[in-house]
Design a protein around this ligand. Structure first.
Ligand code: MOS
Length: 676
């Protein structure tokens, strides 16, 4: 199907959070900490308050009332302590954006700075084992004897990879527009990946009942996780609107987004793998080092894909975290799986070369028939089918196995493969279906963050009602609609779609209105390991003079349950793989060791792929019939596309140039760096 909202988007009529026309609106502009650690000694707002149009200055000098148990990232101006450079320490509200911005520059903040510590190291003395990693997995797991498995192996690899801080850069910057009505009800137009959860968090932060808050996000211009939970601008808009008694809008600049909307934690990952003479794994160990802030423990589940991927008698995974004077990391497309599979799938490639086994065959040989860590059977698993189909489409059998053999002029040419995986979960959801004058209205607080949620839910409902999609109208993006989970964790379509199908079934019985709440249904799900799988293939050309890497060809083959709509699915896969290409070759935010915070804070320096960087991305899928998943039989596809891409490209770079770069992104400087 074509996007239902395609026409309003391309004609500029789709209304985003910062664009709702509201009478008497005012503007807030934040003041950000210039130190990474210390205390705010004094905020002098005298000059700012005297400037034209200024209505109020908010700061810790007169802390606005907030709930005591508010998330510390959202508890604005409650403390004088500074946790990271760029943290909001004050804000100006004024009649115009320009007045607010000018006055914010006139707010004088005096600090008592302290020494900061902002750099992740694998030998950092502050490293500790978190109790759980996101969303609620054990930090460490151990099965069998890894040391014995390594000792008896015919081939071993012991390799360490690192991935940098990366930032989400959705096209629509984070924004919020808040209005309080006379009865004390709050309406927030927010850039949210889910309005029900956003409402609950905003209400909890402000210390008001959830039924006094409404969040509306009709259109969202991308999020990738950065809009998965309310960011400070939503709370600031609400506080500022309460302070001045007028609606307040705040739209973050691209640079402010780098400071306060989260980022992917950097990782250092050590992989130890052993294989017997036939190539079967005897041991696999995956240890991930990562960071969080002093405010909140955010423990990314980086080593968890190693609990899912390959059969091995000995398996150990572990996470170690250090709390630094940095902003709290947050979700970025396929948190955990994406950096974790970069390391695992690079290490598998190294093992394949060390053992003299084809990289596709090594993966096939070590396919698991039950979850390697817990032993649960898979609801469905078609990794091998993806590898085989990908190899066929890519022409893998024509590949010269030895590295550094293929050249065209200055260009060294290589190919590589890596596997993908992502969990297929769902969460409780409610929905209502209403028959109205021959048409059907579906109401669910789902979020369309550019993925095509409206469109796929229309298609799902039309199928469940046995009517043409033109007769179905989906209303979403509003917390006053039936409660729904976030567009995240690749759970959206499976969660919302389940509720929509059940509501439609109820309507089919009743004739007028159907209601559903899938809470009980999900509790009854059989205990199975549910994951999507895939295989990605890359061809790279590496310039031996400049070190430039080009990727003329990327192929992804995915097994993600039943694909609900080919056009929407292809778009998700291509988007994920493009973002994976960015991770492989471009994306990196430098931490400012001297002053804290980040050095690269705009798109001139933080590079993401443009169309010219991705001439040919081919996507295919192995359609799975898996009745254990949900009524649609689908697995989420928002994130699996980015999983494995960076490893496939890195493996292809090794095949082209003959040595490994184990530190993302793979930039020309690293390719040309002298090696000793
Ligand atoms: Mo995605 S990082 O689960 O929004």
């Amino acid at each position: 199907m074509n996007r239902i909202e395609g026409r309003v988007k391309v004609t500029g009529l789709a209304t985003y959070a910062a664009e709702f026309p509201v009478a008497g609106v005012t503007y807030a502009y934040p003041v950000q900490s210039q130190v990474a650690k210390g205390r705010v000694a004094r905020v002098d707002d005298g000059a700012a308050l005297a400037m034209p149009g200024v209505l109020a200055v908010l700061s810790c000098e007169d802390p606005p009332e907030l709930a005591e148990d508010a998330d510390p990232e959202l508890a604005l101006f409650q403390s004088r302590d500074v946790a990271y450079r760029g943290q909001f320490v004050a804000a100006v509200v004024a009649d115009t954006y320009e007045d607010a911005r000018a006055a914010a520059a006139a707010v004088r903040v005096a600090y008592e700075p302290a020494d900061h510590d902002v750099v992740l190291r694998a030998d950092h003395p502050g490293l500790y084992q978190p109790e759980v990693v996101n969303p609620n997995f054990p930090s460490d797991t151990e099965k069998g004897d890894v040391e014995a498995g390594l000792a008896e192996a015919a081939t071993t690899v012991d390799v360490t990879y690192s991935t940098p801080v990366e930032h989400n850069n959705p096209m629509e910057p984070h924004a919020a527009l808040a209005l309080w009505d006379e009865e004390g009800r709050l309406l927030v137009y927010d850039t949210a990946q889910g309005t029900s959860g956003s409402r609950d968090t905003i209400a909890k932060t402000l210390g008001v009942p959830a039924d006094r808050v409404r969040v509306v996000s009709r259109h969202v211009g991308g999020g990738f996780g950065s809009k998965g939970s309310p960011r400070p601008q939503a709370v600031l808009a609400a506080l500022a609107a309460r302070a001045v008694g007028r609606p307040v809008k705040i739209a973050l600049t691209r640079q402010q987004m780098f400071d306060v909307t989260g980022y992917r934690t950097p990782t250092i990952q050590r992989l130890r793998l052993g294989a017997d003479a036939s190539g079967r794994l005897t041991a696999l160990e995956h240890v991930a080092y990562e960071q969080s802030s002093t405010l909140v423990e955010f423990a990314e589940q980086t080593a968890t894909p190693s609990r899912v991927m390959y059969a091995t008698p000995a398996l150990r995974t572990a996470h170690r975290l250090v709390r630094l004077d940095v902003a709290t990391p947050s979700w970025m497309r396929a948190p955990g799986e994406c950096p974790g599979m970069y390391a695992l799938e690079s290490a598998m490639d190294e093992l394949a070369y060390a053992a003299g086994i084809d990289p596709v065959e090594l993966r096939v040989l070590n396919d698991a028939d039950a979850e390697p860590d817990g032993g649960l059977p898979f609801s469905s698993r078609n990794l091998v089918a993806c590898l085989r189909e990908g190899a066929r489409r890519f022409g893998w059998e024509r590949r010269e196995p030895a590295p550094r053999r293929t050249r065209e002029g200055d260009w060294m040419i290589g190919t590589g493969v890596a596997a993908s995986t992502y969990p297929a979960r769902r969460r409780p959801c409610q929905a209502v279906a209403i028959a109205r004058e021959g048409d059907f209205l579906i109401r669910v607080a789902a979020a369309d963050i550019g993925t095509g949620a409206r469109t796929v839910l229309t298609r799902i409902a039309a199928g469940a009602l046995s009517v043409a999609p033109e007769r179905v109208h989906v209303e979403l993006g509003d917390s006053d609609l039936p409660d729904a989970p976030v567009a995240g964790g690749s759970m959206g379509t499976a969660s919302w779609g389940s509720a929509v199908v059940r509501a439609c079934e109820d309507l089919n019985r009743d004739g007028k209105e159907g209601r559903a709440d899938t809470t009980e249904e999900i509790k009854g799900d059989a205990r199975l390991a549910r994951h999507a799988f895939g295989a990605q293939f890359a061809e790279v050309h590496v310039n031996s003079v400049t070190g430039e890497v080009r990727v003329p060809r990327l192929l992804g083959v995915f097994a993600a349950g039943h694909i609900l709509d080919a056009k929407l699915a292809r778009s998700q896969f291509i988007g994920g793989m493009t973002m994976g290409l960015g991770m492989a070759l471009m994306e990196e935010t430098y931490t400012d060791e001297e002053f804290g915070g980040f050095l690269r804070r705009d798109l001139a320096q933080y590079h993401v792929p443009a169309c010219a960087d991705v001439p040919d991305i081919e996507v295919a899928w192995v359609d799975e019939q898996d009745d254990d998943l949900n009524p649609m039989g689908n697995k989420g596809i928002g994130e699996i596309g980015i999983v494995g891409t960076a490893a496939a490209i890195g493996n292809a770079v090794h095949h082209a140039i003959g040595h490994r770069i184990r530190d993302l992104p793979i930039t020309p400087g690293k390719i040309l760096a002298p090696r000793f």
